[in-house]
Ligand binder design. Structure first.
Ligand code: URA
Length: 204
């Protein structure tokens, strides 16, 4: 028999919320993914980083930002002097969405309905953690946190305060850097991301 899994509404801790999310059926993405990849970090983190969705490696490991984008992210945080272990790192969408291509699984962008369905979890994570600042890594996170489409390359570095008082720092997604083919452009973009993370550190 399937274990009795609640919707997490009465969870008092992130661990309870994570357990509830294991059986999430709020959108169809659970059916092809290996597992729910929930947020990770201390319940009392002052800062919450929000990505898009788990990638191939995250889906297998069950942990956010451990693949190529995660390695880029870790290197940049390190350079900016931000200790990831005291932050909470999560995603807008908690299941990996992909298109099979041969033996590979190619990342597919979550749609607005999937982002909206998964907002249930991020809302509860934010209610339990009550951070001083959320950092939207890319447009999907900005959509999840602010409920509207944002041009993050134009708005990067800006802080938007939500109606509930939560401050949201806008920046790009680390995989945007990985996709830049020209090494000089790539390094320049990485430098801008380091500067954004230094600005985040100053707001912590
Ligand atoms: N990209 C994301 O947005 N999140 C992850 O966890 C990994 C890659």
């Amino acid at each position: 028999a399937e274990p009795e899994i609640g919707d997490g509404a009465d969870a008092d801790t992130i661990d309870e919320l994570r357990d509830a999310a294991k059986g999430c059926r709020r959108c169809p993405l659970w059916s092809n993914a290996t597992q729910t990849v929930f947020g990770e970090g201390p319940d009392d983190a002052r800062i919450v980083f929000v990505g898009e969705q788990p990638g191939d490696q995250e889906d297998i490991a069950g942990r956010p930002f451990v693949g190529p984008a995660g390695k880029m992210f870790d290197g940049v945080l390190d350079e900016a002097g931000v200790d990831r272990s005291i932050t909470y790192v999560t995603n807008s969408v908690k299941h990996f969405k992909f298109e099979p291509r041969g033996k590979r699984r190619i990342h597919a962008k979550p749609n607005a309905g999937e982002v909206s369905a998964c907002r249930w979890w991020i809302d509860h994570e934010l209610k339990l953690i009550k951070p001083d600042l959320a950092v939207a890594l890319g447009a999907t996170a900005a959509l999840s946190l602010l409920g509207k489409t944002i041009a993050v390359t134009k708005m990067r570095g800006q802080v938007v305060t939500r109606d509930d008082g939560l401050r949201v720092f806008l920046t790009i997604h680390p995989s945007f850097i990985l996709r830049i083919p020209d090494p000089h452009d790539k390094e320049a973009e990485r430098g801008r991301f380091v500067a954004d993370m230094q600005a985040v550190k100053a707001l912590m």
